[in-house]
Design a protein around this ligand. Sequence first.
Ligand SMILES: Cc1cc2nc3c(=O)[nH]c(=O)nc-3n(C[C@H](O)[C@H](O)[C@H](O)COP(=O)(O)OP(=O)(O)OC[C@H]3O[C@@H](n4cnc5c(N)ncnc54)[C@H](O)[C@@H]3O)c2cc1C
Length: 453
Amino acid sequence: MKNSSSVNRKKTAVVGGGWAGAAAAVTLAQNNHEVHWLESSRLLGWRARKVEVRGKNLDNGQHIMLGAYTSCLKLLKALNLNNEQCFLRLPLQMIYPEGSGMQFIAPHLPAPLHLAFALLRAQGLSREDKMALARFSTTARWMDWQLNIDCSVTELLQRYQQTENLIKLMWNPLCIAALNTPPDRASARVFLAVLRDSLGAKRNASDMLIPKLDLSALLPEAAARFVEAKGGQIRLGAMVQGLEKVESNRWQISCPSLEMGAMIYDSVVLATPAETSKRMLKDLADDQAIVDTSPAEFPQDFEYEAITTCYLQYASSTSLKRPFFALVDDPDQAHWGQFVFDRGQLHQDQSGLLAVVISAAANAIAIDKDLLVKQIAKQLADVLHMPELSQPLWHQVISEKRATFSCTPDLQRPLNRTSHTGLVLAGDYTACDYPATLESAVRSGIAAAQFLL
Ligand SMILES: Cc1cc2nc3c(=O)[nH]c(=O)nc-3n(C[C@H](O)[C@H](O)[C@H](O)COP(=O)(O)OP(=O)(O)OC[C@H]3O[C@@H](n4cnc5c(N)ncnc54)[C@H](O)[C@@H]3O)c2cc1C
């Protein structure tokens, strides 16, 4: 005989196996939903996933998180993954190789002392730069890191009279890394929200966390084990084609690649990319002649920005003085790299492997891959004063053309709820004060699940 909890169990489909889908699936499974988690590709994690290259688990892109990513960290904890196992935790820092920029590192002191000391001890910044940075942080704190009227990051920096040096070495790289959008097109409001949780936050929240596990192992695979342990199912290679509302507010999902074909669910989380979710909602409205009187679900279309990660393998004895460095990018000098990570300090089996990140990478993607690798290797050899870096043993370039949406001023992002009972949206693109990040994806997945609970 079925017990009462299994009789009352709601059946929910989570469509999309990225981090938003993972967060939704876990939250629903924790709350006694029978979850069917459907992913079109053969691997969970999608924009944050492992990629096997020459027998090593690399990532589709080097990721970095902040101590302020509380939803991600809580979720990992619920899945029994502890911080030390998952991350190398470093204090907030922006350190360039000697002689090529500045050195800014927050000491282990309570906020805002950590910032004041970091500023006092910063190298490569003039007195004028330090005063401008202090002025920025004091004014932003006074404004509670908010802006009534959004503008571009470049405009904000002009308004706060930031120096050229500070813009080049601190603000522009931070903006590109955090929002993956060039400062002249990036939203100042979202940038301030990220700064609130880094420069303006408690010291712990401002810490930088670099994954020590591959990105699929970090969350999605642990989430899948959890969902299965709670009686749910994971289906890979399951391309959902559409949805249909059936009797008593239930949902039929069509997924011909699965033996289950069309399945009926009490509720559905659409954790697919924005365009896919938008199309499914539109097809639904067209099919069922629904005249939608609620606010438009997708108030505006997104534009996208690329990210390229260039992996360069050297002799296993090669290592950097730090786990990562910021680099001055200057396309005029064919210096494309913005950050370089020493993967050997993060993953036991990756000694001698460096990962160079290029965000907002449209220009870099346009040039020939072999030439790009050559130019990046030369940039590393020059700025790190390590001539051996000009000749990698092998390389792998991974470009994600639609890595994140362009985070432009006043961008209208959809809500989790839709005008249909039992159907919610999840993804890094839904309304949130963060740019497209792992944290916004996880927050969105949890919020979507909570709507259904
Ligand atoms: C190279 C790169 C570097 C990044 N760096 C950082 C970083 O340093 N820090 C940070 O916080 N964030 C970073 N991000 C952003 C972060 O990875 C994303 O914000 C996050 O992974 C988005 O997750 P998501 O679940 O919203 O979307 P997605 O990962 O896109 O998930 C959507 C899923 O839906 C599936 N799907 C699509 N259509 C269907 C269908 N019809 N049926 C079934 N499934 C379907 C897709 O296959 C995919 O798995 C980076 C992203 C990239 C690409």
